[in-house]
Design a protein around this ligand. Structure first.
Ligand SMILES: [Zn+2]
Length: 294
C-alpha cells in the first residue's frame, strides 16, 4: 500500500478574530485562499481532511460548511487552538466536547477525526487519547514521532496507521511520517518542513514511503513574509515568554521557503495521488494493522 494522506488545519479566521484585530481584509484574504484551494482540489480530483477549530463553526460556520459541501472530511482541531499539553484533563475534556459539538451541529454530520494544535499530544499527556475517545473521536492525527519545539512524541516510533491502546480505549492513529536526514528523524511533508526541503526530495520520499501524512495551512499559499511578532502578540498567542530568541526562531520557521510555496504545493497536488483519512480508514485492515500500547 502506498498511501499519502492530504490534510489541512483550518484556524486562520478565528486566530485573526481572537488575537490580531478581526480585520475584514484578512477574512477576505482567507476566503479567497480557501476558494483557490478548493478549486485546485476539485480540478485535481482530491479529497482532504480539514481539521477545523470548533470556534470556526461558531463564528465562521459558512467556511466550515463550504469545505464540507465540497466533499472534504471535516475533522476537529480543538476548540480554541490551545495546545493540549497546556491544558488540564478537565480543560481538554471541555474543549474537545465544545469543539466536536459545534462542528457536528454546523455540518449535521459526525466528526470522527482529530488533530491537536501543534501536534501537542506526547508522552506527558497520553490521557488526551482518553479525552478524544470520550468525545466520539475514533481516529487521531496528532502524533509527531520526532522532537519539535512545540509538542512531539519521539517515543511513539511508529510511522504508519497504528491502533493506539491506552487505559482500555482504542484509537486509530495516523502519525506524521518522518525520514532520516543526516541521521536525524525529520518530517518533510508539511508546514515549515515542506517549505524548507526541495520539491524533488519531498516527492521522492512520498513515493518511496508506504505511508505519508501531509499537513498544510492556508498561509502556505501566501507569498508574503510576515514580520517578527511583537513581545505582546507573541505572549498572548503562545502563552510563553516572548524572548527575542523565541520570537526570531518563530519568525524563521514561519518564513522559510514562503516564496514559491504555493506553486510547490499545487505541483504536488497535480503530480501525486492523495486521499483523506475517512477514505484511508476503509482501506486499512485494522485487524492486522500495527498496534501500540502507550
Ligand atoms: Zn493549528
Amino acid at each position: 500500500m502506498n498511501t499519502s494522506v492530504l490534510s489541512f488545519d483550518i484556524e486562520e479566521w478565528y486566530i485573526e478574530k481572537a488575537y490580531f484585530g478581526a480585520k475584514e481584509t484578512k477574512y477576505a484574504e482567507y476566503d479567497r485562499l480557501l476558494e483557490e484551494l478548493l478549486e485546485k482540489l476539485s480540478s485535481a480530483g482530491l479529497k482532504g481532511t480539514f481539521f477545523c477549530v470548533g470556534k470556526m463553526a461558531t463564528y465562521f460556520p459558512q467556511v466550515v460548511r463550504k469545505i464540507d459541501a465540497a466533499g472534504h472530511e471535516i475533522g476537529c482541531h480543538s476548540n480554541i487552538h490551545k495546545w493540549l499539553n497546556k491544558m488540564t484533563y478537565k480543560e481538554a475534556m471541555e474543549d474537545t466536547h465544545a469543539a466536536v459539538d459545534a462542528l457536528e451541529q454546523c455540518i449535521s454530520k459526525k466528526v470522527l477525526s482529530y488533530r491537536a494544535p501543534a501536534f501537542s499530544i506526547g508522552s506527558s499527556n497520553k490521557w488526551a487519547f482518553e479525552v478524544l475517545a470520550a468525545n466520539g473521536i475514533t481516529r487521531d492525527a496528532s502524533v509527531f514521532p520526532a522532537s519539535r519545539d512545540f509538542g512531539g512524541f519521539p517515543e511513539f516510533s511508529k510511522m504508519e496507521p497504528t491502533v493506539v491502546r491506552y487505559n482500555g480505549i482504542e484509537i486509530h492513529e495516523y502519525p506524521i511520517a518522518t525520514t532520516k536526514v543526516l541521521g536525524k528523524d525529520m518530517a518533510y511533508s508539511g508546514g515549515g518542513y515542506f517549505r524548507f526541503f526541495p520539491y524533488s526530495f519531498i516527492k521522492k520520499e512520498m513515493k518511496r514511503a508506504p505511508y505519508s501524512m501531509t499537513y498544510f495551512h492556508l498561509g502556505d499559499l501566501l507569498p508574503v513574509v510576515s514580520g517578527v511578532m511583537s513581545k505582546e502578540d507573541y505572549e498572548r498567542y503562545f502563552e510563553e515568554p516572548g524572548t527575542k530568541k523565541a520570537r526570531y526562531l518563530r519568525y524563521l520557521k514561519f518564513n522559510v521557503g514562503v516564496k514559491g510555496n504555493r506553486k510547490k504545493l499545487f505541483r504536488l497536488l497535480d503530480e501525486m495521488t492523495f486521499c483523506n483519512i475517512s477514505e484511508v480508514e476503509k482501506k486499512i485492515d485494522w485487524a492486522v494493522a500495527p498496534a501500540k500500547n502507550i
